[in-house]
Structure formats: structure tokens, C-alpha cells
Design a binder for this molecule. Structure first.
Ligand code: COA
Length: 248
């Protein structure tokens, strides 16, 4: 079975991260499948919006650390870059349903979503600096814009996690529901019944002001991130993670 499950429900495409044994950590192949899902949905008249969710108890533990070590995504044609580009440019409503841990890109991808529903178990973190890395996915621009400079700086510098209530208060999530997937699908199906061109135009208007700035920041982040991935700080953090977990 694939690590990304794809299903269609009355105009809504559901993409579910399905690697629960590894806390849904994302490999290059999974980024590629997510990018393909988004790009195909963008061009498919029958799909009105997309919901990203997960199998098991967690959303995702972020990028697979073993993959980071073995295949660092250092070029702009990498699968991660393709996924982030697809997120930035996705023209239709993008929803996410988050439960359990949402680490790294598990949190930063939400900054590109139009509506995020969290379950009460959701726990968000962006431990880039703890790993010797820098923020990605435009988060160094989008997160301070959302929560204010100092709050964003504190979270990026400390790597501190935060829960569903704080995420809702920040505006990172729209609502909290015990079954976040069911709630996100309900909202998606409501959106799917709306006139599609009006929805696409509305999203374009909502995103227009920041699109080019986010794209430029993403390119700068990618350069720093690529260098950081090969740094001693990152290697030491990755080795520590692997040693503690005994990952094969
Ligand atoms: N990459 C690869 N494997 C990962 C992973 C990741 N990012 N996160 C979790 N896993 C794997 C673990 O190795 C473990 O598998 P194993 O038993 O075969 O070794 C399994 O998923 C469960 O994770 P575990 O660490 O045992 O769960 P926990 O509840 O003790 O800790 C976390 C949860 C999220 C705190 C911890 O897994 C973690 O810190 N993960 C790394 C998160 C991260 O730094 N991501 C990158 C952000 S850029």
C-alpha cells in the first residue's frame, strides 16, 4: 500500500499520509506523491478542493531524518521543492486535518492551507534550529506575519511546541474538533458545492498580496537549508536522533 492514500469524495480529493510506523515521517517519494496529487487536482475540473490528513495517531513527524542524511534535498528540482512549490501555487481551497504531532514541515505546510482543523491532541513544533537547520516552506515570512515577530522568533529559536488551543488563538488553525478529518471533510464538501470559479478567484485575491514575497523567501530559505543540511550541527543532531531511536 502507498505511503500516501488518495481518495475522491464528491469533488473533494483527500490525500492521507500513511506511514504510521514511522510517525508519518515524509520521504522523498511521499513528497513527490503529494506534489503530484496537488498538481493533478489543480488541473482536474472535477476536484473542487483538497484535504490533507493522516492515518494513525499523528499528522507527521516531518521530514524523514534518515532520508535527510542519505539523500539531502539540495537542488531546486528535489521532491521537497516540488511539494512546496505545489503548495504555494495550489489554486483551489486546501484544507488540513491535524491530530497528534505535526513536526517541521507538518506545521509549516499549514501556513499555506486555507482552513486547518485540529483535533484536541494536535501538537505543533518547528524544531529546525535544534536540528541545526533553518525554517522552510516560507515559514520565516509567513509565521511572524501570522503571530508577530517576537512570538515567532521565540518559537523558532527555542523549538518550543504548542497545542491546539494556542494554534487556534494564533490563527494557525480555524477550529478544533474531536474528529478533525470528519470536520475538515464537512467544510470541504460545503466549499465544493460553491461556484468553482468564484472560489478560485477568491483564493487568488486572498493570496495575491504575499505570493511573490513568499516565493522569494522560499528560494532564500532553500539555499540556507541546503547548506545547513550538510553542516556539522545538523549531522550531529541527526546522528543523535538515529542513535536514540535505534532506527535501521
Ligand atoms: N524521521 C524518521 N523516522 C522518524 C521520524 C523522522 N522525522 N520521527 C519519528 N520517526 C520514527 C522513529 O524512529 C520511530 O521508529 P523506530 O521505532 O523504527 O525507530 C517511530 O517513528 C516512532 O517515533 P519515536 O521517536 O519512537 O516516538 P516518540 O513519541 O518517542 O517521539 C517525536 C516523537 C516526534 C518527539 C520524535 O519522533 C522526534 O523527535 N522525531 C523527529 C522529528 C523531527 O525532528 N523531524 C524533522 C523536522 S525538520
Amino acid at each position: 500500500m502507498s505511503d500516501i492514500l488518495v481518495s475522491k469524495h464528491e469533488g473533494v480529493l483527500a490525500l492521507s499520509i500513511n506511514r504510521p510506523a514511522k510517525m508519518n515521517a515524509l520521504t522523498r517519494a511521499m513528497y513527490s506523491e503529494l506534489a503530484t496529487g496537488l498538481n493533478e487536482a489543480a488541473g482536474d475540473l472535477g476536484i473542487r478542493c483538497v484535504v490533507i490528513s493522516s492515518e494513525g495517531d499523528h499528522f507527521t513527524a516531518g521530514n524523514d531524518i534518515k532520508d535527510f542524511m542519505e539523500n539531502p534535498p539540495t537542488d531546486e528540482d528535489s521532491e521537497v521543492a516540488a511539494f512546496l512549490g505545489a503548495l504555494l501555487n495550489f489554486p483551489k481551497p486546501l484544507l488540513a486535518a491535524v491530530k497528534g504531532n505535526a513536526v517541521g514541515v507538518g506545521t509549516t505546510m499549514l501556513l499555506h492551507c486555507d482552513v486547518v482543523v485540529a483535533s484536541p491532541t494536535a501538537n505543533f513544533s518547528m524544531p529546525f534550529t535544534s536540528l541545526g537547520l533553518v525554517p522552510e516552506a516560507g515559514s520565516s515570512y509567513l509565521f511572524p506575519q501570522l503571530v508577530g515577530y517576537q512570538r515567532a522568533a521565540k518559537i523558532f529559536f527555542t523549538g518550543d511546541a504548542f497545542g491546539a488551543d494556542e494554534a487556534r488563538e494564533m490563527g494557525l488553525v480555524a477550529s478544533i474538533a474531536p474528529d478533525s478529518f470528519a470536520e475538515a471533510m464537512k467544510i470541504a464538501q460545503q466549499i465544493a458545492k460553491q461556484p468553482p470559479q468564484a472560489i478560485i478567484n477568491t483564493k487568488a485575491l486572498l493570496k495575491a498580496r504575499h505570493h511573490d514575497s513568499v516565493a522569494a523567501v522560499m528560494r532564500a530559505e532553500f539555499q540556507l537549508f541546503s547548506m545547513a543540511l550538510q553542516s556539522e550541527e545538523a549531522m550531529e543532531a541527526f546522528m543523535n536522533f538515529m542513535a536514540k531511536r535505534g532506527s535501521k
